[in-house]
Ligand binder design. Structure first.
Ligand code: UD1
Ligand code: UDP
Length: 374
């Protein structure tokens, strides 16, 4: 009988894949573990982009994504289908990362079988169950019963301790997104062709300052997204800037953004970028406009100011350090803060400082060590 610990890593979306591939690599190269990977494929194309670059081949692909899927239908299918994989694999531990539907359903499926759950990126809290929605509740659910909480920062650890989580189960590991960013930077260093696909846009926008942009949050659907599009139209009317916006495949995002922003001279609406190209976009951008969680962590590491188009954030570290700023989803506020960064050199310099509150690039190794001894 094998004495190796069997770890089943479960994920479903682009950001989970980016933040878990460093751990999957670490587990695969460590003889103390028997590593298995299950993807719900809550995302399809955007997930496959990450698997391809990271060389991760899932043992189970549940292929759950349907166009325009609803929260309840996806949750129900994920719970049942991940449960079947757990019954077949009977792992010693289940690892999940973050706050998506797959994370919540995968963790509950494990709990129903009394399999301990390791929660990576534990303890993020905005304090508002409607922002981000439904992620704030997903992560609270997992945090209420995980056996191992890998908090990226001291702030996240403190949030868990305030909820009376057993301190012996909480560890500050750093965020694996920094491991992923280091890994991809090194890969592109070895093979620059992996990130050369933006060259045409770089030529088209030569001499302009590039604003890298992403937007996809469910709580912003409707008015919030419309406001964001209006703000971008106004910002892009300046001749000295260009907006590069890889548009999320969610049809609710595409309907608004393609409708409002297509055909503008200074806006490039492009398909979702694979991770090497998104890292390149971060690199060439003067600043980032985003409502993404992961981008709030990556941009400070690269010294890029981030304007966060949300009402709250569960990642206060960048705000506290002065490299990120919450601008909400009001068009006037987004335009005002962007204009300030473009026109006020001192304001820009104050935000454009590289710092790394989210980790040192060795989070995955720490988590593997915890799993080996837990
Ligand atoms: C999900 C997560 C969100 C995370 C985001 C990362 C939930 C509730 N939401 O939001 O926390 O920040 O992923 O991007 O778990 N689609 C495709 N191809 C893809 C991906 C999505 O066509 O590769 C389309 C499909 O029509 C799909 C829709 O987008 O039904 C929504 O996908 P879903 O995963 O439910 O929500 P996201 O908005 O992507
Ligand atoms: N990202 C990417 N290609 C894109 C946009 C984003 O690879 O076109 C990466 C980005 O670097 C970050 C992650 O995807 O690591 C963020 O994912 P997303 O914004 O979809 O989700 P969130 O982080 O908000 O949950």
């Amino acid at each position: 009988m094998s004495s190796r610990r069997k770890i089943l890593t479960v994920f479903g979306t682009r950001p989970e894949a980016i933040k878990l591939f460093p751990l999957v690599h670490a587990l695969a190269g460590d003889e103390r573990f028997e590593s298995r990977v299950c993807i719900s494929a809550q995302h399809r194309e955007m997930l496959d982009q990450v698997l391809a670059i990271a060389g991760v081949v899932p043992d189970h692909d549940l292929d759950l994504m349907t166009p325009g899927q609803t929260l309840d239908a996806l949750t129900a299918r994920a719970l049942v289908e991940i449960g079947k994989v757990l019954d077949a694999e009977r792992p010693d531990w289940v690892v999940v990362q973050g706050d998506t539907t797959t994370v919540m359903a995968g963790a509950i499926a494990a709990y129903y079988r009394q399999i301990p759950v390791c929660h990576v990126e534990a303890g993020l809290r905005s304090g508002d169950i409607h922002h981000p929605w439904p992620e704030e509740v997903n992560r609270r659910v997992v945090g209420s019963f995980a056996a191992l909480h890998c908090a990226p920062t001291e702030t996240a650890r403190d949030a868990l301790l305030r909820e009376n989580v057993d301190p012996a189960t909480v560890h500050v590991t750093g965020n694996t997104v920094i491991d992923a960013l280091h890994w991809v930077t090194q890969r592109v260093g070895q093979d620059p062709g992996l990130a050369s696909g933006l060259a045409d846009l770089e030529r088209r926008f030569a001499g302009k300052r590039i604003i890298g942009m992403t937007s996809h949050r469910r709580e912003n659907f409707g008015e919030g997204m419309q406001n964001i599009a209006n703000a971008v139209r106004e910002i892009a009317s300046r001749p000295d800037v260009a907006v590069i916006f890889p548009v999320h495949l969610n049809p609710n995002v595409r309907a608004v953004m393609n409708g409002q922003l297509a055909g503008l001279d200074n806006v490039a609406l492009i398909e979702p970028l694979d991770y090497p190209h998104f890292a390149r976009l971060l690199d060439i951008s003067h600043l980032m406009l985003t409502d993404s969680g992961g981008v709030q962590e990556e941009a400070p590491a690269l010294g890029k100011p981030v304007l966060v188009m949300r009402e709250t954030t569960e990642r206060p570290e960048g705000i506290e350090a002065g490299t990120a700023k919450l601008v909400g989803t009001d068009a006037a506020s987004i335009v005002r803060e962007t204009t300030r960064l473009l026109d006020d050199e001192a304001a820009y310099a104050a935000m454009a400082r590289a710092h790394n509150p989210f980790g040192d690039g060795r989070a995955a190794a720490r988590i593997a060590e915890l799993l080996a001894h837990a």
